[in-house]
Every structure is written in C-alpha cells, then in structure tokens.
Design a protein around this ligand. Structure first.
Ligand code: O7M
Length: 225
C-alpha cells in the first residue's frame, strides 16, 4: 500500500518545480529525483495538461505543492483551495496582494484539511519587482505572517531580498525560493540568505540525467552545513 506524503521535512532543501506537461514525463522525472527532493511543486502547465488527478499519482513520492498563485475574492479562493486539498495536495501557493480577507480564507480552508499555505511576496523574474517594490513585498510578507501562512515565496534571483524578507517574517515562517538554475540564481546563496528550500525546475527536469542534476544542487546545499 502506498501512503500519500503530507508533511514537509527539510532533508535536502530542494523542491522540484515539475512544469512538464504530460503524465509520462511527470512520473519519470519524479521517480528519478524522489530521494533528492523534499516536495514537488506542480502548477498550471502540468495540471492543465493532465488533470488534477495527477496529484494522487505523484503524492506517493513526495508532498505536492499546488502552485496556482490563487488571487481572487475569498469565496472563489475557498472553492479553489477545497479542490486542491481534496485532491491530496499538501500545500497551496497563493498571491498576497489580494489582501487580508482573501488570505485568511485560504489559510482557514487549508487548516480544515491539515494543509499549508505559501504566499508569494516577490517574484523572481526581471519584471518581478516592477510593481512588487521592496516595501510592498515586505508588507505582503508581514501580512502572510499575520494571516497564519506556513511560509512565503521569495526570489532566489535576488538573495538580498530573501534576507530582507526573512528579517520581516522572523524564524517561524518558511521561505521557498524559485529562480535557481535556469533563471541564474544560486542554491547556496539563496539558502545562505535565509531560504529553507530552493525551488528548481528546468535545470533538473530538462537534464539528460535529472537525478545527477538534483544531486549537484543537494551537495551544493550540504556543503553549507
Ligand atoms: O527553475 P525554473 O525557472 O524552471 O522554474 C521555477 C519555478 O518556480 C516555475 O514553476 C515558476 O513558475 C516558479 N516561480 C518562479 O520561477 N518565480 C517566482 O517568482 C515564483 C514562482 C513560484 O513558484 O511561485 C509560487
């Protein structure tokens, strides 16, 4: 019998961003790197490609984080969160700019299922700080903490921002950081800046040997300890 993974434990410090769009590749890559990653993040590319039932097929390997960057009114947020947690996801990623009532509804719904919420505080791409200025990102991070979220998403492409956002949220919340590898960020610098996990996608799932690539990131992080 297989059991779904639901608890996050930091072993390697890596979350796989599984943005492949078909089931065969999704299972192949996840199976290959399951021992190297602490969770698998899925989002629109894979779920629109395969359907939400992919969650039950992947969650036997690792906890699944649903990256739908939920950003709506509280009622719609709740309906989305319910689907995600009923499907067996361990966590959901939501936007924070929607404000306190939307965030509160996401956290409340997640709690009903024993799930967790991560709040995007600032994005990793070059345009990511166009509207999300330093001050707004900090306010979103502070709101995430106040709302009872499990953690925030902060950019590995700007480790100095990870450090600043860590100072805002303190030690209680987790930080997951995308932007390592294909977007140019360094796993070591991001963890040193205060992230708990780096999120890595293309450089692992597009590699000829995804396991070897994940191992490289793992040992880069291990050297820091
Ligand atoms: O390593 P990559 O660049 O192939 O993948 C990075 C993943 O992280 C990919 O799934 C993005 O959608 C996601 N991501 C970012 O790259 N930047 C962000 O600011 C935020 C996310 C994300 O995961 O948001 C929750």
């Amino acid at each position: 019998m297989t059991t779904n993974h639901f608890e996050f434990q930091r072993k390697t410090g890596i979350i796989l961003a599984l943005d492949v769009t078909d089931e065969e590749n999704a299972i192949r890559v996840t199976e290959a790197v399951a021992d190297m990653v602490d969770a698998v993040k899925i989002g629109y590319p894979l779920v629109l490609g395969t359907g939400l039932q992919i969650v039950s097929k992947l969650s036997r390997y690792a906890p699944i984080i649903a990256d739908f960057k939920v950003a709506d009114i509280p009622n719609t947020d709740r309906l989305i969160c319910e689907h995600v947690f009923k499907a067996g996801c361990a966590a959901i990623i939501v936007q924070g700019f929607t404000g306190p009532d939307s965030l509160a509804e996401c956290v409340k719904t997640a709690n009903e299922f024993g799930g967790k919420v991560f709040v995007v505080s600032e994005m990793s791409h070059p345009g990511g700080d166009y509207f999300f200025t330093d001050e707004i990102s900090k306010e979103i991070a502070a709101l995430a903490k106040k709302s009872g979220a499990f953690g925030i998403v902060a950019p590995a492409t700007r480790p100095e921002r990870v450090k600043e956002l860590r100072a805002v949220i303190g030690a209680d919340l987790k930080i997951i950081s995308p932007g390592v590898g294909a977007q140019g960020g360094s796993a070591a610098d991001t963890i040193k800046a205060g992230a708990d996990w780096v999120i890595v996608g293309r450089s692992i799932y597009n590699a000829a040997d995804p396991k070897a690539e994940a191992e490289k990131v793992k040992s880069e992080i291990e050297k820091l300890i």
